[in-house]
Design a protein around this ligand. Structure first.
Ligand SMILES: *Cc1c(COP(=O)(O)O)cnc(C)c1O
Length: 429
């Protein structure tokens, strides 16, 4: 690790818990010192030591156009000169809401918030307001932000650090949350009853690493919710505008009752959203009795970045290109692993993917956890040494952007091949 990142990390730890403002950034899942980032452009990030990396984190999902896309930068600059925040409604918010409603037919009205966490927290409140019920069903390794009641067998940092249930959350709060295995309809069938307000699911799980739904799983959830009068919440904070413009719900052709969004709809600026039918959204204040508010909600600069990002995504071949390049990468890595005799499983949904160091298949939290974390950590650091920045945890998804050109993909495969050869020497003898 570079000297400047080391120095900054030492300094950061004096005034910021663990030196980071979000836990997984701290590299605790792989050991070592996090890169302090100086700037990013296109598919590359540059650290405080002026080293360059191919970025496969993409700010954990938002940067689908790559860093510093000129349309987005222009939109942000223009918005910033007009004032940062007014606490009053603006035209831009209507336009972004219209783009979301157009992209996701299950959403007729949408409320903007400031993060994915706020979106899921509000979605639960809406589901409870609409049904008058209390209980929530989620999935092991599913992550929906740091909402108290959802920090039960949570993915992302909770899984990485083996603290799936957070301290500081009273058991009375999590008593109403039931967590079962992803892709296990029977488990849902067993626990769902007339007290369940909602089932919340990442339609393609991304926070236990990338784990796609098995055939019929999402339709089964839809049916079970309908039969029991529970609402189905698709947490598309990661998958919305990522796996397709219309999100995972467009690919699997399922209509959730409530959808949460974040990440890409802000183009890298802080934002979140929850949307549903007019009937449900009419419960939200000031139309209805469910209270939810935000000083900076619909922030004009964030909205400008989001609108510009969705605008570029909408009329483009980006999703087809991403699929092709991501597929090429997957094939390349799988081939290299076979050549060197390293057992691994690549899970992928479009441009979101994870390389699990296990024979697989990886279909849920338990099978994701069978991955060899030492091997992943070694892979991570060797790739970093090759100039590739991966998510610093086995249980996170990586991302490609429109800025990852064919030659970036070829470089990535070449580097992964070299690294897997070393891994084979070190682990498979
Ligand atoms: C990132 C994420 C969240 C939380 O969003 P924040 O903006 O980090 O609060 C919620 N749900 C899913 C599926 C996510 O990937």
């Amino acid at each position: 690790m570079g000297k400047n990142s080391e120095t900054l990390f030492q300094r950061a730890q004096e005034t910021i818990p663990g030196g980071v403002n979000s836990p997984v950034r701290a590299f605790k899942g792989v050991g070592g010192t996090p890169l302090f980032v100086d700037m990013a452009q296109g598919s590359r990030i540059f650290d405080a030591d002026n080293l360059q990396y191919i970025d496969c984190v993409g700010s954990w999902g938002p940067m689908i156009l790559g860093h510093g896309h000129r349309y987005v930068v222009e939109a942000v600059k223009k918005a910033a000169t007009r004032g940062f925040s007014y606490g009053a409604p603006t035209l831009g918010e209507i336009e972004l809401a219209e783009m979301i409603v157009q992209a996701l037919p299950s959403i007729e009205m949408v409320r903007l918030v400031n993060s994915g966490t706020e979106a899921t927290m509000s979605a639960l409140r809406l589901a409870r307001a609409a049904t008058g019920r209390k209980k929530i069903i989620k999935f092991d390794g599913g992550y929906h932000g740091h909402v108290d009641s959802l920090l039960v067998k949570a993915g992302s940092g909770g899984a990485t650090f083996n603290v799936p249930d957070s301290a500081g959350v009273p058991k009375e709060v999590t008593e109403l949350t039931i967590s079962v295995a992803f892709n296990d309809l029977d488990a849902v069938r067993t626990v769902i009853d007339k007290e369940v307000a909602a089932v919340i699911v990442e339609p393609v799980a991304g926070n236990m690493g990338c784990v796609p739904p098995s055939d019929g799983f999402l339709q089964g959830l839809r049916d079970l919710c309908t039969e029991n009068g529970a609402l189905l919440i698709f947490d598309e904070v990661m998958t919305g505008f990522r796996v397709a413009y219309g999100g995972a719900q467009s690919i699997f052709d399922i209509k959730p009752d409530i959808t949460t969004l974040g990440k890409i709809i802000g183009g890298g600026m802080p934002i979140g959203a929850y949307g549903a039918s007019k009937e449900l959204m009419q419960l939200v204040s000031p139309l209805g009795p469910m209270y939810q508010a935000g000083t900076l909600s619909g922030n004009p600069v964030a909205v400008a970045a989001g609108k510009a990002t969705l605008g570029v995504l909408k009329n483009s071949s980006i999703y087809a290109d991403l699929e092709e390049r991501s597929g090429e990468f997957e094939t390349g890595v799988v081939k290299a692993a076979e050549k060197h005799g390293v057992p691994l499983t690549v899970n992928r949904a479009g441009s979101m993917w994870t390389i699990f160091f296990t024979e697989g298949p990886v279909t849920d939290y338990e099978s994701a956890n069978r991955s060899n974390r030492d091997k992943f950590a070694r892979f991570f650091h060797l790739m970093l040494g090759e100039g590739v920045y991966l998510p610093p945890s086995q249980l996170e998804a990586a991302f490609f952007s429109a800025a990852h050109a064919k030659k970036d993909i070829l470089q990535l495969i070449e580097r992964a091949d070299r690294v897997l050869k070393k891994i084979a020497w070190e682990f498979e003898k």
